[in-house]
Design a protein. Structure first.
Ligand SMILES: Cc1cc2nc3c(=O)[nH]c(=O)nc-3n(C[C@H](O)[C@H](O)[C@H](O)COP(=O)(O)OP(=O)(O)OC[C@H]3O[C@@H](n4cnc5c(N)ncnc54)[C@H](O)[C@@H]3O)c2cc1C
Length: 213
């Protein structure tokens, strides 16, 4: 995961809610939109004009991961205004975060924005313990490791099945790999009886697909 800071006068006083993303120009438009734009959550923003992203360097790098490897200090970037509905629902009885490392950029911003009195549950997946991003409220987070001997392809969903949640629904924020997002929502709605409206699902990537937004 690479932290990349974008800074400049034009970034002062942006309208941003934690959890929202930007669409960033990572390639040439000559070859069309598919390879030109990728979406990244805002890890942190400070209204003096600094905005931080966390870009995951995954094993099949496309234009986004390659951009994160090659971008240099001083290089200009172009991107859209922050947008998106993966944002904290303030009146929720508690907040549940489920996702992989790509989701942790959005989740980090959202966790920092919550008051300390808010109840938080989280199941987060990374490759190894060394890959855990530094997130707030560390003691409330449950980590799942992809390369642990006994985990299968559904380790995140399996860990959520085992999570001891209150009996009443809270608000779930689900992001990351598309199929896992669907499995997670299905579990909350079908097995735990949550209303669909108590889940906000945002698939970030899918095997074989190029850019999801
Ligand atoms: C709302 C939103 C917010 C997002 N926020 C972030 C963020 O904060 N940080 C971040 O890193 N990404 C984030 N993403 C994903 C990001 O937009 C890109 O899809 C991702 O960086 C891959 O882009 P790429 O060009 O490298 O690969 P692509 O050309 O999009 O994909 C090439 C292939 O690589 C594989 N692949 C893609 N992503 C992964 C992965 N994570 N793990 C394993 N294999 C993969 C797939 O098989 C895919 O077919 C977000 C996506 C959305 C929709």
């Amino acid at each position: 995961m690479r932290r990349i800071r974008i800074a400049g006068e034009s970034l002062r006083d942006l309208d941003w809610s934690p959890g929202q993303h930007i669409r960033l120009r990572v390639g040439d438009l000559v070859h069309g939109f598919r390879d030109a734009l990728r979406t990244y959550s805002i890890w942190d923003y400070d209204n003096r004009g600094r905005l931080d992203l966390c870009v995951f360097d995954h094993p099949e790098p496309g234009p986004g991961a390659r951009w994160s490897r090659q971008v240099r200090i001083g290089q200009q970037v172009a991107f859209t205004h922050p947008e998106g509905r993966l944002v904290i629902q303030e009146n929720a009885p508690y907040h549940l975060f489920v996702g992989d490392e790509t989701a942790s950029a959005a989740f980090g911003a959202m966790l920092r924005a919550l008051p300390t009195s808010a109840r938080v549950y989280a199941v987060l997946e990374v490759d190894t313990p060394e890959d855990r991003p530094r997130l707030p409220r560390a003691s409330e987070l449950t980590w799942v490791y992809r390369n642990a001997a006994l985990t299968g392809p559904d380790s995140l969903a399996d860990a959520l099945h085992m999570l001891d949640l209150p009996t009443e629904p809270g608000m779930a924020y689900i992001a990351g790999e598309a199929r896992t997002c669907q499995a997670t929502r299905r579990h909350l709605v079908h097995d735990r009886g949550w209303p669909r409206k108590s889940t906000i699902v945002k698939p970030f990537w899918a095997p074989g697909k190029h850019g999801l937004d």
